[in-house]
Unconditional design. Structure first.
Length: 127
């Protein structure tokens, strides 16, 4: 919840730094979870030259928290339980290893021939 609130705040205060924050949090979840999140957030904001006061105002807002919980509740109510989740032609699909599940699911939803991305990466053998 704290990481999501921080993401929400960063997306508004420093939108160009939003994806960098998300990437960092996802790649470092184990390390981040070993200490108080507020300390991590303060350091992250300082290290990335993001207006800490503006982020903290949104991060600590009860109204923002309620809105985030409402969004999560609505997602769960329609069957979305993970991110990323894509809906194509009314079909819900997740990610999977190497994105293969999503790629094949999207192709299927669009009526295109299936084949995994991994199969396309294999080099062709010469004569």
């Amino acid at each position: 919840m704290q990481a999501a609130m921080a993401a929400r705040a960063i997306s508004r205060v420093a939108p160009k730094k939003y994806w960098g924050y998300l990437d960092y949090v996802f790649k470092n979840q184990e390390e981040i979870s070993k200490r108080p999140f507020d300390g991590f957030l303060t350091e992250y904001l300082q290290d990335h030259d993001i207006d800490a006061a503006a982020v903290q105002k949104i991060y600590a807002s009860k109204t923002e928290r309620a809105q985030l919980l409402d969004q999560v509740s609505r997602a769960f109510s329609i069957g979305i339980a993970a991110t990323p989740t894509y809906i194509v032609n009314g079909q819900m699909m997740g990610f999977g290893p190497e994105g293969n599940f999503t790629i094949d699911a999207i192709k299927n939803a669009l009526g295109l021939p299936l084949g995994t991305a991994a199969a396309k990466k294999e080099p062709k053998k010469g004569k």
